[in-house]
Write a new protein. Structure first.
Lengths: 269, 437
């Protein structure tokens, strides 16, 4: 589907499902209680974090609509309300009545919205560096206006880490750059120009116990944003990850894996 | 001001239509800041979106610029240009005409030689409801006695997405809906209801509707999106290719435009196309370099100092247009053009500017117009830091010595210009020297 994505491991199944008029791509692996994973603006890749979740759970990792397909998916989903309904309907299509949800960055915002809209369907919630609020004292940088060479410094605690290569497509590969731009466009569609679309008015509806995971050195979404969540959620706890930026699950995999697996309910729901 | 040349039903007579066969020259003014600091491009991120206003933009200087800009446009009218052109940009140091309609209103009252008033244009996606554009353009059309050419640009990513906060993926849907609403507001008897995605109006009934019937000619402008070409063909609008990189660069794009017209069965009438060109005229080629080089390099080095990420927010271009851009290597060509050293020789050879004696300029313009197959020239004659006196000289030499040489270049093919404002003066029978100065 994407030129930059490596081939999927054999134990990961790719499902294409119809959700109303939108076709959704879902990666499924593992066994155990189901976990829905919602990715951030970088796109859906089967990474070591998903692999570690799949060791104990049935992981359903969904590709955010509009990123890989045609422009039409986004026309059907003009705003956050339709996007939440899309995910609610997707759970029906996947046969998941109730589910634990893990979301990263933009996916964290969508996970929180889904849990607010359908509190009885979301039994536990993990939000890794979620967006969804705005503070003038810590403005979230405009991710459409970051020079490529400055991106690793904003996203990673250690910009010289090999993870930096995943962030920016090669300059001499227009097709890869285009696919990256399309993935980004499908996210910007819902958060432009400021990623505050009213979550503060709805988040009180969330009933799921919530784990917040934040890189101590997240320069994209400052850890101060954790307060916006913890102060509003009924049952939440915060895990600050030292030595991590905006991708704590990849920068400090063992710490985040243990925190998330320790929080999620392993009994089938 | 002469009578408007249109009948009760707004139909121009065949005789008058027959006169509209000449190459049109529009003096197009960007209205740049003429006194940016010498180290601007080293010190600041961009000329557009983020150049700090209180630091760089002195309103007292702008007061002087606006007077000069309007004086220059009014001079062009007196000297016999077919049209005077203005456009819309936001938070932009090379064009701070946030409202071109204000400038057009001033011009409508002070262009006694009845030039077309070309507003190229209003960035439709920015206005909600878009009936605001229908109202202001109709006011301008009436105020100018039917001289308005109504430009409908999609708008740049800088203006639409970064300055006005429209989501990139909404750029084109908003543009298309606004275009539909404005044309309906101009042509359908009001009041009527409009149930759009971005514009929901129970009562659409603007006062007045435009003077020109069925509506002022619509001029699209863009940088090579396939969808815009298709719209031009479907609605019989003109298309102007606007870039600062000249004809050599624009060739591929305009070839694409005409190939699309062929494919859709649209006649190859050159008057349905226009292009923008920076032009410097002096007595001799050598003198042109001496007089203009400084101001042209100011433009290319400072006024085009824009980081790539502002040019195209992800989602600004559709999948189809992006695929076309990749296929024709637009990003590569833009990068190559940007990387060139902007010395006089390169700027001329690449066609970024057309400069020299009137004969040199006319010869090259004829070649370029024929190559691109365009019947409308948006002549950029005030460039960068070019001072008022030199600008007046450029405008005057162009009007008196270049325009007469290029007017007749399409005569042999016999096409009629169907997209010229009905109330604008016909210059084909009037020598420029006969104009009231």
């Amino acid at each position: 589907m994407t030129t930059t994505a490596p081939a999927l491991p054999a134990h990961v199944a790719e499902r294409i499902v119809e959700v109303g008029p939108v076709r959704a791509r879902v990666l499924v692996a593992g066994s155990g209680s189901p976990v829905l994973f919602l990715h951030g603006a970088g796109g859906l890749f089967w990474d070591p974090f998903l692999e570690s979740l799949a060791a104990h759970h049935t992981v359903h990792a969904v590709e955010h609509p509009g990123g890989a397909g045609s422009d039409e998916a986004l026309a059907h989903l003009p705003g956050i309300w339709e996007l939440v309904l899309f995910y609610d309907e997707l759970l029906d299509v996947l046969g998941l009545d109730a589910v634990q949800v893990v979301g990263h960055s933009f996916g964290g915002m969508v996970a929180a919205e889904l849990a607010a809209n359908s509190p009885r369907r979301v039994s536990r919630l993990v939000l890794i560096a979620p967006i969804g609020f705005w503070r003038d004292d810590h403005p979230v940088p405009d991710i459409a206006a970051i020079p490529p060479d400055a991106l690793p410094g904003l996203v990673l605690a250690d910009p010289s880490s090999p993870l930096a290569a995943l962030l920016v497509p090669p300059v001499d590969d227009p097709q890869a750059r285009f696919e990256t731009a399309m993935r980004m466009a499908s996210v910007l569609h819902f958060i432009w120009p400021i990623p505050d679309k009213g979550l503060s008015r709805r988040i009180h509806r969330v009933s799921a116990p919530t784990l917040l995971v934040w890189g101590e050195r997240d320069a994209l979404v400052h850890p101060a944003y954790a307060e916006e969540f913890t102060s509003r959620l009924r049952d939440s706890r915060l895990e600050i990850v030292p030595g991590a930026g905006h991708l704590p699950q990849l920068e400090q995999p063992a710490v985040v894996r243990d925190a998330v697996l320790g929080f999620l309910d392993r009994a089938p729901s | 001001m002469g009578p408007v040349r249109m009948g009760v039903q707004g139909e121009a007579t065949s005789e008058q239509e027959g006169e509209e066969r000449t190459m049109k020259s529009i003096f197009f003014h960007l209205m740049p800041y003429r006194d940016l600091p010498a180290d601007f491009e080293q010190r600041y991120e961009s000329i557009w979106v983020t150049p700090p206003n209180s630091e760089l933009c002195d309103p007292r200087k702008v007061a002087q610029y606006y007077q000069w800009n309007l004086d220059e446009l009014e001079l062009a009218d007196r000297l016999g240009f077919d049209g005077v052109g203005v456009n819309e940009h936001h938070q932009n140091g090379y064009g701070f005409m946030a409202s071109p309609n204000l400038m057009a209103a001033a011009l409508a009252r002070r262009t006694p030689n009845d030039s077309a008033i070309m507003v190229l244009g209003n960035t439709l996606a920015l206005y909600s409801p878009a009936t605001r554009v229908a109202e202001e353009f109709a006011m301008l059309d009436v105020l100018s006695n039917g001289r308005l050419a109504a430009g409908f640009p999609v708008g740049t990513s800088m203006d639409v997405n970064f300055c006005y906060g429209i989501a990139p993926t909404q750029t084109r849907p908003r543009f298309r809906e606004a275009e539909e609403l404005i044309i309906k507001a101009w042509t359908q008897p009001g009041p009527f209801s409009f149930n759009g995605t971005y514009n929901q109006l129970r009562y659409v009934n603007p006062w007045p509707q435009p003077l020109q019937k069925p509506h002022p000619p619509v001029w699209l402008a863009g940088g090579g999106s396939v969808e815009t070409w298709e719209l031009a063909a479907a609605k019989d609008y003109t298309y102007s290719y606007l870039s600062f990189f000249g004809a050599k660069f624009g060739r591929k794009l305009m070839d694409g435009f005409w190939a699309k017209m062929d494919e859709l069965g649209v006649e190859r009438n050159p008057f349905r196309a226009g292009f923008a060109q920076q032009i410097c005229v002096s007595e001799t080629d050598e003198r042109a370099e001496k007089e203009y080089l400084e101001h042209v390099t100011y433009f290319f080095n400072k006024c085009l100092h824009i980081p790539p990420y502002f040019f195209e927010a992800p989602g600004y271009r559709t999948r189809r247009s992006t695929e076309f851009a990749i296929k024709t290597d637009q990003p590569g060509a833009i990068a190559a053009a940007a990387a060139l050293e902007k010395n006089w020789k390169v700027l001329n050879e690449e066609g970024f500017i057309i400069a020299g004696s009137p004969a040199t300029v006319a010869d090259r313009l004829i070649e370029v117009a024929k190559t691109l197959r365009v019947g409308n020239l948006h002549a950029l004659l005030q460039i960068g830091s070019m001072p008022h006196e030199l600008t007046k000289k450029n405008i005057t030499l162009f009007a008196e010595e270049v325009m007469p040489r290029i007017r007749g270049i399409w005569d042999a093919e016999g096409w009629t210009h169907h997209w010229w404002p009905a109330g604008a003066a016909v210059r084909s029978v009037t020598a420029p020297s006969g104009a009231q100065a």
